[in-house]
Design a protein around this ligand. Structure first.
Ligand code: EPZ
Length: 457
């Protein structure tokens, strides 16, 4: 099927509820250092596995079932994009059925591609199936520029032509579709690896992807593709070899079961260290979380590691300054994940001693520290990639009318965590950013004893 897939400026038919979502805030009464949260938190499927799996549904010859999908706004956005393409999308609880058979309309709302950088993943399956795709030049976002040259260079290696008329990249696959190629990524890119793996599945001939990212989300996607007829080897390593099908679509033999969200689980683990008497984090995958578990245990946090759960406890009357400070550098998997950098900095403001955090993945992922500094944290920027945190510092009440802001998904969690640790009553704005990656955060925190309420402004 050779459908020209275009991103155009005009409004598309996608449902606009996402855009008109009212401004919402959280009102949080801090625990003032008390560690009294207790109960269970059940971890959802990983947003960063579900998004590429949803995009990859376009490779299939018929309806595809995806299970354990989180109910977060990025999933809603991706569902809307796929529906606007003409795919049939049915969501019920944590399950989605996507039928790409009748993809006809090619208008993807341009704003979405700017708002949700992960929509770039769609260029892979669209090029593979319909031989044409275009993507707006990514706007920078709060954590960095988010360029896509690794994607475009790889497509050109596979025979595609990339042009750049008026603010979009238009990518045209060669006649007969993408051709297998050997591609070396200049840097390890998670969605770059996912997108080119997806594109290579339907290409003609063999593709070898080198210097790939090795995140668990990529492994789970590759294993699913192989169960449905793809021929991918080197799974879990930095070199993936894909024998392309020459345009033959994948068969929806088995549903995709989204792996547990290691970033959500790591976020709650850090929260437990600071605020819990005893919480159990269920349905997680500790094997994907070795870096954060080790860092917290070495700092003195009591963590029991089970097969699919983690339990974090604090002895009564213990305080956070009993934990030791440490230095950390964000790193590609299995190193310390950049998505846990901001929640971990909140933790480091409370432990005893100096900590240095080096953000090696994104060039602008410390903006949220201004919120922590408002609350009394002692954080100094050494350079755009490195901060020094001196702890412990009490997180104080803000002056009347002063609010906290969520700067991105993970920074939003870090600010909520700081408010929970703090002595005062706080308002956290921009919670729609938190809703992109954390399902029903306030309900789940309330269930373990936190005092947090969502208000619509
Ligand atoms: C994925 O983003 C995640 N998103 C991010 O999670 C995560 O922070 C990131 O990987 C790193 O782990 C999804 O999986 C949907 P990259 P991605 O390409 O793939 C640069 C969250 O909060 N780069 O691995 O976009 C890039 O600018 C989000 O859930 C280029 O220079 O990240 C960055 O500095 C935030 N050129 C570095 O590589 C390119 O062509 C790694 O980015 C591509 C990337």
């Amino acid at each position: 099927m050779n459908l020209p897939i275009l991103l155009r400026k005009e409004k598309s038919s996608y449902n606009t509820t996402m855009r008109s979502k009212p401004k919402q805030s959280f009102i949080i009464n801090g625990l003032a250092g008390d560690k009294k949260l207790e109960g269970e938190v059940t971890i959802n499927g990983a947003k960063n596995a579900a998004l590429p799996a949803m995009a990859a549904s376009i490779l299939f010859d018929g309806p595809v079932t995806l299970e354990n999908i989180p109910n977060t706004d990025d999933i809603e956005t991706t569902s809307n994009i796929l529906s606007s393409l003409g795919a049939k999308v049915e969501r019920k609880d944590h399950r989605i059925v996507i039928d790409p058979t009748h993809i006809s309309n090619t208008n993807i709302d341009n704003d979405l591609a700017q708002k949700m950088r992960a929509s770039v993943i769609l260029t892979g399956p669209l090029l593979a199936r319909s031989e044409m795709a275009s993507f707006p030049i990514p706007g920078g976002c709060v954590i960095g520029n988010r360029p896509i040259e690794q994607f475009l260079n790889a497509y050109q290696k596979m025979g595609a032509v990339v042009e750049q008329p008026n603010g979009v990249y238009e990518i045209q696959a060669p006649d007969g579709g993408l051709r297998g190629a050997t591609i070396f990524f200049d840097l390890q890119t998670v969605t770059g690896t996912e997108t080119l793996m997806i594109a290579a599945v339907l290409a003609s001939g063999k593709t070898i992807l080198k210097n790939c990212a090795t995140e668990p989300e990529i492994t789970s996607l590759a294993e699913w593709f192989n169960n449905c007829g793809a021929k991918i080897s080197g799974i879990g390593t930095s070199t993936l070899t894909i024998e392309g099908s020459g345009g033959k679509l994948l068969q929806p033999v088995t549903p995709y079961r989204t792996i547990p969200d290691r970033i959500e689980a790591g976020s709650y683990l850090i929260l437990g260290a600071l605020c819990a008497k005893d919480i159990v984090i269920k349905d997680c995958e500790p094997e994907h979380m070795e870096s954060i578990i080790n860092l917290l245990m070495n700092s003195g946090v009591q963590i029991e590691v089970g097969k699919n759960q983690l339990r974090v406890t604090n002895i009564p009357s213990s305080t956070n300054d009993s934990f030791k400070s440490f230095n950390v550098r964000t790193h590609e998997y299995p190193g310390f994940p950049t998505d846990l950098q901001s929640p971990l900095v909140t933790f480091l403001t409370q432990v005893s001693g100096d900590s240095i955090v080096f953000e090696s993945i994104f060039e602008g992922r410390f903006k949220y520290t201004e919120e922590l500094i408002k609350m009394g944290a002692d954080i100094t920027a050494m350079n755009p990639r490195e901060i020094l945190i001196k702890g412990p510092t009490p997180l104080i009440e803000l002056p009347e009318g002063e609010v906290l802001n969520a700067h991105d998904i993970r920074a939003g969690f870090a600010v909520v965590l700081a408010a929970l640790v703090g002595k005062g009553k706080y308002t956290v704005n921009q919670v729609h950013l938190i809703d992109r990656g954390y399902e029903k955060l306030e309900e789940r925190l309330t269930a373990i004893g936190a005092n947090i309420m969502r208000v619509v402004n």
